[in-house]
Design a protein around this ligand. Structure first.
Ligand code: ARG
Length: 588
């Protein structure tokens, strides 16, 4: 379905042409002065230079042509050369009716669908999920959903951190605690026990204990390094332990991501990329990209135009060990081989930006990806507490994701019960749904690259620019729709009549912008644009609702029309929040 702005651009182009000017000047935009007009066209200003005429003269000629169209209620040329446009109400109503019948609400699926891999989540095995991983999961999930809505093939990969020192630390600590286990006996020939020698609770306690000790005890740290090395060499007992760690951890991670309504297509991990390293390194050496420097194997990636030093990529350390960079490069090799993607997008803390600059440059330079393959980095800022420092628990510890979620849900539960519109049996479930909207909207309504303050009181409020406010609006619409249906009204195929008030027209104009907004938000990988849009739409709806007696309207055609408009607004809001990664309850 053609977007309204496209229709308008076509008419504007034709008007320029008919007036004797190049049609390319016929571009219209949503007005930035809604007090004066709804749309504007500034093409006459640009054309004036090319045709050496006064802009107002051109604007007047084009406006005269535009007036002949049934699409507009008002077209005026104003000095110095703008064309101000108001849409015809009948046209707008008919457009919205078509939009309501379109399964994609006027968005046409991409003509050339792209294969896009999104690397997000990025949790580390055996370490509990903490709020730092929250942003990646929330932002990545939203971008994935947007891409799919627009018809792209999007593959979400969690890219588990499973190959680092944390594994050696856990093995070492476990050996301290339970030296009798067969995993540490090099002469043991198996089979190893099927059940893990720890629970997730123990595992989460073991890692921080080991990590703390390794910082003080050098001998211990060296043992952990050695264990990591032996694991990477494939020592059977350690591999068996690693499998236990993976299983216990991944089960727990899946449970947590499920609570967040975040779903990955791939549960790939750093270790999966290891088999690609030897050939990749060999090739980089052969082709002269990689060379030895002080024992390490490196690739230069600096460029002449750099204003800040970009250090070389270290592929292998002097002891032959590979690094985070090596793993990320080999992961690119694997992804190209398995999926031949048009784009790989990394949603990672912006403090890792330099790492990705190095990885991307190295991948390009050494030909790991085709020149047209996009490698993009969406770096997000830190989630801070009200004190402006990274978000912590009240006691000052690292805030675990599970705890954050349950605190928010508790807060929501209190508010919902105070509201008392929901029977107690529903309140808990409702609190979970609304709580998730508070967390996700609170995060996504900020531009991703900026740090933001996670303000529990504000985010859980039913008023203002919050998730609960959006849900409240949706629930309000649903309840009106339900009452109408209970009265025997029907929503299918009702006609939408031309706006009966300015408030209704403003609401309609906001609804019509959905398609362009989504395309633009995806193009810029900017979920916050969806948030500002639905906040505006919800505000326009609430304004309309307060000035219109919808259900008591006596003219049945008018009433049916308003309900059809409400149904469309509901669809837009619910589609939008689904793209943000949350949903609305039936009541709240
Ligand atoms: N596990 C990493 C961390 O916690 C994030 C991984 C991001 N993705 C990647 N391909 N490097 O910092």
């Amino acid at each position: 379905m053609k977007k309204l702005i496209e229709e308008m651009n076509e008419r504007a182009a034709q008007a320029f042409e008919r007036a004797g000017y190049d049609p390319s000047y016929g571009k219209t935009t949503v007005s930035n002065r809604p007090d004066l007009c709804e749309y504007q066209c500034n093409g006459a200003m640009a054309a004036a230079k090319a045709y050496k005429k006064a802009p107002i003269q051109i604007a007047e000629a084009v406006a005269a042509e535009l007036k002949k169209e049934d699409m507009f209620e008002e077209v005026s040329a104003v000095k110095p050369g703008f064309i101000n446009i108001k849409l015809d109400r009948g046209y707008l109503a008919r457009y919205l009716m078509k939009m309501g019948q379109d399964s994609h609400l006027s968005v046409s699926p991409a003509e050339e669908p792209k294969t896009i891999i999104i690397d997000y989540g990025g949790p580390n095995v055996a370490k509990p999920l903490h709020v730092g991983h929250l942003r990646s999961a929330i932002i990545g999930e939203s971008i994935k959903r947007m891409g799919r809505f627009l018809g792209h093939k999007v593959i979400g990969d969690v890219h588990l951190g499973d190959w680092g020192l944390q594994m050696g630390l856990i093995i070492t600590e476990l050996q301290e605690r339970k030296p009798e286990l067969p995993y540490f006996d090099a002469s043991f020939t198996g089979p190893y026990p099927e059940e893990a020698p720890f629970t997730i609770g123990e595992l989460e306690e073991i890692y921080p204990a080991a990590s703390a000790r390794s910082k003080e005890d050098e001998e211990y740290r060296n043992r952990a390094l050695e264990a990591t090395h032996q694991l990477q060499e494939g020592r059977p007992g350690y591999m068996a332990l690693w499998n236990h760690i993976m299983e216990v951890s991944v089960t727990d991670l899946k449970k947590n991501y499920k609570k967040l309504d975040v779903e990955f297509d791939l549960w790939k991990k750093e270790s999966d990329a290891q088999p690609y390293i030897p050939d990749m390194v060999e090739k980089m050496k052969e082709e002269g990209y990689a060379y030895e420097d002080q024992g390490a194997l490196i690739v230069d990636v600096s460029e002449e135009t750099d204003t800040k030093e970009v250090p070389p990529c270290i592929l292998l350390k002097s002891d032959g060990a590979s690094l985070y960079t090596t793993t990320d490069l080999a992961t690119i090799v694997e992804r190209v081989k398995l999926f031949d993607p048009d784009e790989i997008l990394y949603v990672v803390d912006k403090r890792q930006e330099m790492h990705f600059v190095q990885v991307f440059r190295c991948a390009r330079k050494t030909g790991l990806v085709k020149p047209e393959t996009r490698l993009s980095f969406l770096g997000f800022g830190t989630m801070n507490g009200k004190d402006g420092k990274p978000f912590k628990t009240r006691e000052g510890g690292v805030m675990r994701l599970e705890r954050l979620i349950s605190e928010i849900n508790g807060e929501m539960y209190k508010k919902i019960v105070e509201n008392r519109s929901v029977k107690d049996t529903d309140a808990e479930k409702t609190a979970e749904i609304v709580g998730l909207s508070a967390i996700k909207y609170g995060d996504l309504s900020n531009q991703a690259s900026k740090d933001y303050v996670f303000d529990v009181d504000r985010f859980t409020s039913f008023e203002g620019n919050t998730g609960p406010y959006i849900l409240y609006t949706i629930v309000r619409i649903k309840s009106i729709l339900n009452r109408y249906l209970e009265e025997g009204g029907a929503l299918e195929n009702s006609e939408i009549l031309p706006a009966a008030s300015e408030g209704e027209k403003t609401l309609m104009l906001a609804a019509v912008r959905f398609g362009t907004m989504i395309e633009n938000a995806f193009e810029e990988k900017a979920p916050h644009k969806i948030c500002s849009y639905i906040y505006e739409l919800a505000n326009e709806f609430n304004r309309f609702y307060h000035e219109t007696k919808i259900l008591t309207e006596e003219d049945p055609r008018q009433k049916a029309s308003w309900l059809a408009l409400l149904e469309l607004v509901r669809q837009i809001l619910e589609t939008s929040i689904d793209l943000l990664g949350f949903s609305a309850p039936e009541r709240m």
